[in-house]
Design a protein around this ligand. Structure first.
Ligand code: ZN
Length: 312
């Protein structure tokens, strides 16, 4: 047991080990293009693309930090506009970041300086294909919708964010299912299947995001939409009913365990006291392909183990 009684020297402020690092990023949009910079070869996460910006210094406001970073990196005096988005990211090396994206503008021309190899104006339609840093991936998906909500399908955008979570689950050796909870156009919770990693059969992606969203809103998730890359099972459909989630959007149907219209339809059962609106099939093929690849790889690994065991 570690406590402050045992270790009075431990500071009361949270250390970087348990708090994410605060990062601000600037979003300069001009004629359907957005400015990205490529990191230099000699800085952490080299040669990847990102929105300009950086870490907050102690005591600095986000706007001051962004103004300073843009002066250092791009040699511009920036006007800081509204916050467009904030998100969280965990990098493969275990570093966790909390990112805020602000609309910015400046007069004159930016030049690549400290830690930056080159700058590029990227068409918004190509943004999703850029090899951006982990923390900027979600924002690259949502930015076209933030700028033009009338003409971009929000369900499609948020399902792609849930698919990012599914890909992370895949990389962790989990059945690749991801989920998010969206409340008034903002992501309240992000989660992915963690059954193997945590050896807990209840840790489906939906259960995790329902728990996380409930920490913000309480036990009734009114006004929320849950996005999940695979049709919810009976356990998760039950939790969706109990949490009173008004709308569920899923990608692939699940013929083996689906409880949102395939095997059962728990979330729209007239006998229960809550029913939710359903939309299935959003990016279904992408999700199904990820699942197929995962199970194929698993079978190949199992065959490999079999042939070693039998000496064949
Ligand atoms: Zn489930």
């Amino acid at each position: 047991m570690t406590s402050r009684e045992e270790n009075p020297a431990r500071p009361l402020v949270s250390s970087p080990a348990d708090a994410p690092i605060e990062v601000v990023a600037g979003v300069f949009v001009r004629d359907g293009h957005v400015l990205l910079c490529q990191r230099a070869a000699d800085v952490p996460y080299p040669l990847r693309w990102e929105f300009p910006g950086g870490k907050l210094e102690p005591g600095e406001s986000p706007a001051d930090a962004l103004r300073r970073e843009l002066a250092e990196e791009l040699n511009v005096h920036a006007h800081i506009g509204e916050e467009l988005w904030h998100s969280q990211a965990e990098y493969p090396d275990g570093m966790r970041f909390h990112l805020r994206f602000y609309r910015v503008s400046w007069d004159g021309t930016a030049e690549a300086r400290a830690g930056i190899a080159q700058l590029r104006w990227v068409p918004l339609s190509e943004l999703e294909h850029y090899d951006v840093l982990e923390g900027d991936r979600e924002f690259c998906l949502v930015l076209p919708w933030l700028l033009d909500p009338e003409n971009v399908d929000a369900d499609d955008v948020f399902m792609r964010v849930a698919l990012l979570e599914a890909q992370r689950a895949y990389a962790e050796g989990e059945v690749p299912v991801g989920a998010i909870v969206v409340h008034h156009g903002r992501i309240l919770a992000r989660g992915r299947n963690a059954v193997e990693r945590k050896q807990d059969a209840t840790l489906h992606a939906e259960m995790q995001v329902i728990r996380e969203a409930s920490r913000h809103l309480g036990r009734r998730l009114e006004g929320c939409t849950l996005y999940v890359t695979l049709e919810p099972c009976p356990m998760c459909a039950g939790a969706i009913v109990w949490a009173r989630i008004p709308r569920v959007v899923f990608a692939a149907a699940d013929p083996r365990a689906g409880a949102c219209g395939t095997l059962y339809n728990i979330v729209q059962d007239e006998r229960l006291n809550h029913r939710c609106q359903l939309r299935g099939g959003v990016r279904a093929e992408e999700s199904a392909e990820l699942l197929r690849r995962f199970f194929q790889q698993l079978r190949e690994q199992e065959r490999g183990v079999d042939s070693r065991n039998t000496g064949k």
